[in-house]
Write a protein that binds this ligand. Sequence first.
Ligand code: GLA
Length: 379
Amino acid sequence: VSAHGRAFGTPPTHAATAPGRVNLIGDHTDYNGGLALPIALDAHAAVVLGPGAPGRLEVVAADLDERHEGAFEASDIRADSTPAWFRYAAGAVLLGAGELGRDPESVGLGITLASSVPVGSGLSSSAAIEVATLTAIESFFGRTFEPRTKAMLCQRTEHEFARTPSGLLDPLASIMGATDTGVLIRFDSLSCTPVPIPAGVRFAILDSGEGHSNADGRYARIRAACEGAARALGVAMLSESSLREFTKRADSLAPEQRGAAAHVLSENERVRGFVRALGEGRLEQAGQLMNESHRSMSEQLGVSTPGIDRLQAAAAGVAGVLGCRLTGGGFGGFLVAMLDAGTSEAALKQIRQTASDVLGHPASVRLIRPGAGARPIEW
Ligand code: GLA
């Protein structure tokens, strides 16, 4: 019998899985109408969902051995006392059901979730839970969301229930990701284009050991600087401006806005350059663009830390490492390195050694492979 008092195998139970993501290049561009190239991570959140006790919404975090139960009430779900994982799952349920014009309150819902996406990592552990929950909700109600609608429901969950002003990068990557494929996202139109990852490269992720959170106010401050810069440049979204226009008017921007604009406008160019370089097999050049992206995140946007900068420099200097950068929102979390496939095992060992020296303790580094996007689990 499950945590929700149902015998295993008793229909109807619905399940889904959704990956975290690693952004290869293009950070803090999503809410600026720019470009990004993420891959879906080969680590996932899994959600099992079925009718529960009428009027009640129960979520069991199986991997944490915790549970939380409440009413179908937005104000209860977003209360400070609720665990973050409950807000992601319950918030997504409420918004998803609302979007489909359904009300699961009479049957109640029981949700069990577990995730292998590291929490506080900048690898989108929250989007993985939201996307997996909405994918299970699709199966529960027998209706599917259009992918962009689904991503926006995740974003609203973050805004309304987790109080994090995030963009659409994380859910779109989790929804649209595919094996050995990057997703080029244009955030002005929300178009997603698959970008094959060449066989000549591998990716590794490296834990900086510094915790990352999008909800501690620093992410919101960067976002506000970008919005201020856009206003000063006379555009609705920063990416509608250009490096040329910005250079002409840089003096009229406050220092924080100047850094934000310099980063976002150059980062969009780097994403374009990276996709071209990958497609044409200019892998060294693609790696250089990752290094430059890191420098811009650190020096222009100010979302790196001295410790992360040291790790990046150490990893980028290893033979066989084409490029390395902080990935995601920043202020902590993981770095992503692109390795020459021919020497990736040796490079991985050397990164581990060098990073352990920098950190002063054994570094956590592992090879990853661009994985599949969100999908229902068929019983
Ligand atoms: C976080 C946010 C995303 C995006 C990245 C930075 O992951 O959730 O929307 O802004 O930071 O690229």
